[in-house]
Design a protein around this ligand. Structure first.
Ligand code: ME8
Length: 509
């Protein structure tokens, strides 16, 4: 499958502290990036922060700081959180960086040169939290934003407009030609629904604030925050500053986003790309919301969970496993501590933890601590099903379905545990039967460690070390169906170490 894989997350507003909702997107992206490196793809994974706009300016003022001081401080919360969670982003882009300013200006100038911009006056209801205008009919209650349920404000400004309406047909035709562009299908239908409902031109500059990227051809105007933010996806790979690099990565990009920002990403952004004369992004992966007690986890809802605090309690791997195993891309899901503990005990403490502990104990007792080689595929009762599950897992990762990949991987673990229980090598004298069943179980652990490493990077490394293997479990290219993932790779003869339980059982608190 080796190829090129450029993966992005939304760039988050610096006003909000990282919470488990934003961590979910970023951890999911991290797992996908790790998988692609493992599968041998040349991978580039970018996240970052969105630092302009009225919302940021106002909070800076409320905190008695200049906007620059405020964003320097608050963007660090994201850098630190992703660092503490051991995420492997290759770059972290901030929209207040010089490289981003240059790209935005070049990109917007290209759209201007291609005659897709015109000047006009905009009046309308604006929600500062969304940084978006709303139509009267979209408002709820007494002039409240439909998302935040807080009052909207009436704005009237002279703006530059982008002729978005001219792109509806082109976008529909593009999505027809690229049916795989938006995953999953339900989200594709949502985007097509927006397009088929007709598009209005949108205002893309502001004169009421100066906290933004200046419009190069009209002093006094800055670009509207969403317009500047979307461009991060190309400024991060050198648009207008390093064209060789840009052409290397674009348009083979995957934008991982939440369902709240479909309109901006699947309608505005590809139209802007077309207007500037570059290809639209190849793929969008859209996930639902993590809910707490029936409400979206968000700063304004006061139901945020700090991902770093939670990970300090349960471990980075465990948080990753719960989020990726229980929240497939697509629907909303309920986030609960009880759910996390239940998943932990069932899959990590019982299945995986037990297999490792049993194997190490019996190898110590019956084989002097030296791992046995697995039986050849034709003679091993585990091999045929393992090969099948490996294939399922491999394909599921490629289909952006890591929860299915984990499900298939855990079938290998359950089969290995069942085989150990059936043969009960701890009751038999050392000899070929004990060697065979243990060799097969170690082989299962070896394969599982590779397949699970994008989600359980620490535990996989530990399993790898305990079964005496040296080359790194997550070495680029190690997920190779006819190489390291084929049955029979464990050499035998390596020391197997028994350590403390990898995943001790937890009580729900
Ligand atoms: O929209 N469940 O930034 P943002 C799942 N700056 N994901 C969630 C979530 C939840 N409860 N809450 C947030 C912006 N997210 C813009 C983006 S991109 C050019 C500009 C995640 O800080 C999800 O990925 O509001 C969602 O799309 C994103 O955070 C919104 O982050």
């Amino acid at each position: 499958m080796t190829g090129r894989y450029y993966l992005t997350t939304p760039i988050y507003y610096v006003n909000d502290a990282p919470h488990v909702g934003t961590a979910y997107t970023t951890i999911m992206a991290d797992a996908l990036a790790r998988w692609h490196r493992l599968a041998g793809d040349e991978t580039w994974f970018v996240t970052g922060t969105d630092e302009h706009g009225l919302k940021i300016l106002r909070t800076a003022e409320e905190n008695g700081l200049s906007p620059r001081e405020w964003v320097d401080r608050t963007s660090q919360r994201f850098v630190q959180a992703w660092g503490a969670l051991e995420l492997t982003n290759d770059d972290f882009i901030r929209t207040t960086e010089e490289r981003h300013y240059r790209s935005v200006q070049r990109f917007m100038q290209a759209i201007h040169d291609n005659d897709y911009l015109y000047k006009g006056t905009y009046e309308g209801w604006y929600c500062v939290s969304c940084e978006a205008y709303y139509l009267e009919e979209d408002l709820v209650g007494e002039n409240l934003c439909p998302v935040h349920e807080s009052p909207v404000e009436w704005f009237a400004e002279e703006n530059w407009f982008f002729a978005l309406s001219r792109f509806a047909d082109r976008l529909i035709a593009w999505y027809d030609e690229h049916p795989e562009a938006i995953h999953p299908e339900t989200r594709r239908n949502e985007a097509l629904g927006i397009l088929k409902g007709g598009l209005r031109d949108i205002s893309i500059t502001r004169t009421s604030i100066d906290w933004g990227v200046p419009v190069p051809w009209d002093p006094g105007h800055v670009f509207y925050v969403w317009y500047d933010a979307l461009v991060n996806y190309i400024s991060a790979v050198g648009y207008g500053t390093d064209n060789g690099r840009f052409e290397h990565w674009w348009p083979s990009v995957h934008h991982l986003i939440g369902k709240d920002i479909i309109r901006f990403h699947c309608v505005w952004w590809p139209a802007m790309c077309m207007a500037a004369g570059i290809d639209p992004p190849a793929r969008y992966l859209v996930h639902g919301f993590l809910m707490v007690g029936g409400r979206k986890m968000a700063k304004t809802a006061y139901n945020q969970v700090d991902p770093v605090e939670l990970a300090n309690d349960v471990g980075n791997d465990v948080l990753r496993y719960y989020l990726i195993r229980d929240f497939p891309l697509g629907p909303d899901g309920d986030f609960t501590y009880e759910g996390l503990v239940e998943r932990y005990n069932a899959d990590l403490a019982n299945n995986l933890g037990n297999l490792l502990q049993r194997v190490a104990t019996v190898v110590e007792q019956k084989c002097g601590g030296i791992g046995r080689a697995p039986r050849p595929a034709a003679e091993s009762p585990l091999a045929a099903s393992a090969v099948e599950h490996v294939k399922t897992a491999y394909e599921a990762w490629g289909r952006f379905s890591p929860h299915e990949a984990l499900e298939a991987t855990w079938r290998i673990i359950r089969a290995a545990n069942a085989e150990l229980e059936a043969v009960a090598p701890w009751k038999i004298d050392p000899g070929p039967e004990v060697d065979g069943v243990l060799g097969d179980a170690i082989e299962a652990l070896r394969i599982v460690a590779i397949l699970a490493s994008p989600v359980l990077p620490r535990a996989s490394r530990e399993i790898w070390a305990r079964i005496g293997l040296s080359r790194e479990v997550d070495a680029p290219g190690n997920a190779d169906l006819s190489g390291s993932l084929a049955w029979g790779g464990y050499p035998g003869g390596a020391p197997v170490t028994k350590g403390p339980p990898l995943f001790p059982r937890r009580a729900a608190e």
